[in-house]
Design a protein around this ligand. Structure first.
Ligand code: CA
Length: 227
């Protein structure tokens, strides 16, 4: 299947130019005009690459990068009119892969897009993450979880939370990072959501949910997935 591109751009003319050129070269396309739409489409459509305008009507582009990076390593190319070097540095620090300044030459942008896709290619697709005791198996490509060989039924939010953990094994993930990546920007303070969903996941995955082995609480900071 041809690679799919999520175009995040609020300017209708620039968006149209991008979509026309991408489709003409065989890419599949999705378009978001706001940051919230971008986060939703990134989660629903799993694009192969994201073209992200930093100046969006609802969210800072950097928050969109944070939201996507919480659970996905999809290449993100920032396309922005902001010339200040600080916003480029900030976008790259937050996990963007490349940066194109508007106005841009379409050929250059397409070349960078191909390069980003090539860099993202080498893996054999999405990994399968398995706990060291073999009990829990998380298949990211097929969005499937088995516990002791039996399929586990997760809600959409439980899955997104588990996906964020599975992509960051052994790393302390802060509460606000998890909240932003799973629930979206603006939820950074809702630590109670996180407690509820982590305990639901523990009930479904852990041998002893009250003494979690895989989903550990780091008191006052966040959580760590120790597969
Ligand atoms: Ca804009």
């Amino acid at each position: 299947m041809n690679p799919s591109v999520l175009v995040v751009e609020d300017d209708p003319q620039i968006a149209r130019a991008l979509l026309v050129n991408l489709r003409a070269r065989g890419y599949r396309t999705h378009r978001a005009a706001t940051g919230r739409q971008a986060l939703q489409l990134a989660a629903d459509e799993h694009p192969d690459v994201v073209l992200l305008d930093l100046g969006l009507p609802d969210l800072e582009g950097g928050d969109v990068i944070d939201g996507i990076r919480g659970w996905s390593s999809v290449p993100i190319i920032v396309v922005s009119a902001r010339h200040e070097s600080q916003s480029k540095v900030d976008a790259l620090d937050r996990g963007a892969d490349d940066f194109v300044t508007k106005p841009f030459a379409m050929d250059e942008l397409l070349a960078r897009l191909r390069a980003a896709l090539r860099r993202a290619q080498p893996g054999p697709g999405e990994p399968v993450v398995e706990t060291s005791d073999g009990r829990v198996r998380i298949d990211l490509a097929h969005r499937a979880v088995t516990v002791a060989g039996e399929p586990a039924r997760l809600t959409r939010l439980e899955w997104r939370l588990l996906e964020a953990f599975a992509r960051n094994p052994d790393r302390l993930i802060g509460r606000s990072e998890l909240l932003t990546s799973v629930w979206g920007p603006g939820y950074g303070d809702e630590a109670n959501y996180l407690r509820v969903y982590v305990s639901q996941l523990r009930a479904k995955l852990e041998p002893e949910p009250s003494h979690p082995r895989y989903l550990r609480t780091e008191l006052g900071m966040g959580y760590r997935f120790t597969p």
